[in-house]
Design a protein around this ligand. Structure first.
Ligand code: AP5
Length: 237
């Protein structure tokens, strides 16, 4: 279904605390994070987007991450934790924030737990996170990733199969030419899915044990997944 470019309703202003979106590549973390961010007027912190921005700008961090990302492997915990540490100092995180694609290893999860407990965010004490793990079967993930297009200007995500732009390969919002991510090639997708199984899947158990995990069945229309995510956020807030 094509998403409309109509103006979004005003954000709901309330404290929602940290939200973590877990899930394999293509599960819809970015898609849901953008909707939640717009709904509550809180930032989406996507470590993938932050890394891609550093790569595009050729920063020292981007130069260190580029090859690893190109192979579909995970960038080192130290680099990513440091990036998140900086970002969580920003005042716009005070009412809540959505971590999209972070944490992704047990080391990152433990670092984040310690950070939230002892440092707070933007100078404020921070509540426990709500962790939503989006599950989608392997073939559907491959299908989605092979059809993904993104806008390099506004970041909007499309899909040639399920969420095509109105005009061929042009963003509905700003008319930019849509791009395919370099890591959405078949051989890199396979490696990203392996990294997920090996390094990120154990986090489901980590958060389950803490009573903070909600599993979202992601192989449904994005609107349905969003509606269930909102219920959980409202219940916790
Ligand atoms: P990152 O950018 O985080 O990529 P990813 O985790 O592989 O996730 P994706 O962005 O591919 O998928 P998504 O779940 O956001 O799905 P989307 O909403 O786009 O990471 C990239 C790389 O950076 C990593 O490989 C690693 O190297 C590095 N990195 C990042 N974070 C790191 C960390 N913490 N530690 C170490 N390294 C890190 O949806 C996919 C497609 O499906 C879209 O076309 C969308 O339109 C469509 N779609 C979405 N929902 C639905 C639906 N319900 N029905 C039908 N289609 C849908």
């Amino acid at each position: 279904m094509t998403m409309s470019a109509q103006p979004q309703p005003e954000p709901v202003v309330k404290n929602v605390g940290p939200i973590i979106l877990l899930g394999p590549p293509g599960a819809g973390k970015g898609t849901q994070a953008k909707r939640i961010a717009a709904r509550y007027g809180i930032p989406q912190i996507s470590t993938g987007d932050l890394l891609r921005d550093n790569v595009a700008r050729g920063t020292p961090l981007g130069r260190r991450a580029k090859e690893t990302m190109g192979r579909g492997e995970l960038v080192s915990d130290d680099l990513v934790n440091q990036m998140v540490d900086y970002r969580l100092q920003d005042e716009d995180c005070a009412r809540g924030f959505i971590l999209d694609g972070y944490p992704r290893t047990l080391g990152q999860a433990e670092w984040l737990e310690d950070f939230l407990e002892h440092h707070g965010v933007a100078g404020h004490v921070c509540g426990r996170p709500l962790v939503m793990s989006i599950t989608v079967g392997y073939n559907e993930l491959l299908h989605r990733l092979s059809g993904r297009l993104s806008c390099p200007t506004c970041g909007r995500i499309y899909n040639v199969h399920s969420q095509p732009p109105r005009a061929d390969k042009l963003c509905d919002v700003d008319g930019s030419a849509l791009i395919t991510r370099p890591d959405d090639r078949e051989e890199v997708i396979a490696e990203r899915l392996k990294s997920y199984e090996r390094q990120t899947l154990p986090l489901v158990e980590f958060y389950k044990q803490r009573g903070e995990l909600l599993e979202l069945h992601g192989a449904r229309p994005a609107e349905e997944v969003f509606a269930e995510a909102l219920k959980a956020i409202e219940h916790k807030a």
